[in-house]
Write a protein that binds this ligand. Structure first.
Ligand code: FES
Length: 155
């Protein structure tokens, strides 16, 4: 599991591939997230200094894209599929049920670090929609009723 926040050395290496221009914000954020699985507060501060744009601006742009996360991943990662097939079969309702059950939004990690949550566009098994994935386990034709029992399996 990727847990450690991005290091100064990682950031210097990432910045060396870019000019200090606002237009490079998204690719830099992508590189940081690839490296450690999330974008820490410290990384946002350093990017802000490098690109000379405010931390609020960076946070605003990054939160617009569901691909970016700001919390370290939890022990278990939940992906709720919101691709077309899953969406029409209740993916959004499932996602909201997970959010309520765990009291987090997509991109966040529970306080006890047990779960993190992410929305994804397609898990590649549309015939089994709606689908959620927890770590490497796929749960197909998911219902809100089965959700609690399934989450209880994960420590
Ligand atoms: S749309 Fe959900 S698995 Fe493809």
């Amino acid at each position: 599991m990727k847990e450690r926040s991005v290091t100064n050395k990682d950031l210097i290496h990432i910045f060396s591939g870019f000019k200090s221009e606002e237009g490079n914000l998204i690719p830099i954020l992508q590189r940081v997230q690839e490296k450690r699985g999330y974008i820490s507060e410290e990384a946002i501060k350093r990017i802000s200094r490098f690109l000379k744009i405010s931390e609020n601006q960076i946070f605003g742009v990054a939160s617009f894209y569901s691909q970016f996360r700001f919390d370290a991943p939890g022990r278990n990662s939940i992906k709720v599929c919101l691709g077309t097939a899953c969406h029409v079969r209740g993916g959004q309702i499932l996602c909201e049920a997970v959010e309520r059950e765990l009291d987090i939004s997509p991109g966040q990690t529970t306080k006890d670090k047990r779960f993190d949550l992410e929305r994804v566009a397609c898990l590649g098994c549309c015939a089994l929609a709606p689908v959620i994935q927890i770590n490497d386990d796929i749960y197909s034709r998911m219902t809100v009723i089965r959700l609690k029992e399934i989450l209880d399996k994960y420590e």
